[in-house]
Design a protein around this ligand. Structure first.
Ligand SMILES: Nc1ncnc2c1ncn2[C@@H]1O[C@H](COP(=O)(O)OP(=O)(O)OP(=O)(O)O)[C@@H](O)[C@H]1O
Ligand SMILES: [Mg+2]
Length: 209
């Protein structure tokens, strides 16, 4: 990751809010810890890292310090065809989430640029675990599986109706939130390689996928 910090009008480092009593997430330190984005999103640590993006936990300081998640595009060499493709897919991930408004799909809240110029977007924090982490090897009873599969199917179907194909459906990209009454709610995340029909960001290149 590029550690360079270029000051940005909207972004300035501030002291972290400090450890929250309820924060039990395995957060990693990052060079962005304590950075305030757009005057409101305060980065607390790294949640995960994939091929083209890094995901951070943050607090929305203008909305009762509620948790949000920030996904930042890792940028490659300027001008390289791969870098352009990553940028296009990142823009399309935002476009897909804006187009989709469904209870089983994570909601997008905002977007902007990091102090060093990398693009980011802000999404709802899903208080839960990935489906992968719930797959312990023990059998899962049928009603529970049926409920999870029905919700996943509903989310995919809603996406397909709007011309969006996720293309990266796997347990790591399905968050499961347990409600007070024990009901499990899923939220589909990571539309990082989704295809978006009639996208604003479509290009004429051979990598138009
Ligand atoms: N909205 C969210 N709420 C809570 N945790 C999240 C959220 N989004 C992502 N995460 C956590 O961060 C991990 C990585 O997120 P995501 O799958 O979007 O990125 P990625 O796989 O690193 O990206 P890419 O494959 O596009 O490079 C998830 O598996 C999940 O643990
Ligand atoms: Mg993922």
């Amino acid at each position: 990751m590029d550690d360079k910090k270029v000051p940005d009008r909207d972004t300035k480092p501030v002291a972290p809010l400090g450890t929250q009593a309820d924060l039990v997430l395995p957060l990693k330190e990052s060079t962005y810890n304590g950075v305030l984005l757009k005057g409101r999103y305060l980065i607390e640590g790294e949640l995960g890292r994939g091929g083209i993006g890094v995901v951070y936990l943050a607090r929305d300081t203008q909305l009762l310090k509620r948790r949000v998640v920030i996904k930042v595009l890792l940028q490659g060499e300027e001008g390289s065809v791969h870098t352009e493709w990553f940028k296009k897919k990142f823009d399309q991930e935002i476009e897909a989430l804006v187009r989709l408004d469904h209870p089983s799909i994570v909601g997008v809240l905002d977007a902007g640029d990091m102090p060093d110029g990398k693009p980011f977007f802000v999404m709802q924090y899903v208080e839960g675990a990935t489906l992968r982490s719930l797959m312990t090897g023990e059998p899962i009873d049928f009603p529970r599986v049926a409920s999870l599969v029905r919700q996943i199917g509903g989310a995919l179907s809603a996406a397909h109706d709007k011309g969006i194909i996720h293309r990266d459906l796997k347990p790591e990209n399905i968050m499961v939130q347990t409600m007070r009454d024990g009901e499990e709610i899923i939220k589909l995340i990571d539309f990082g390689i989704a295809t978006v029909k009639d996208s604003q960001y479509a290009t004429e290149t051979a990598m138009n996928c």
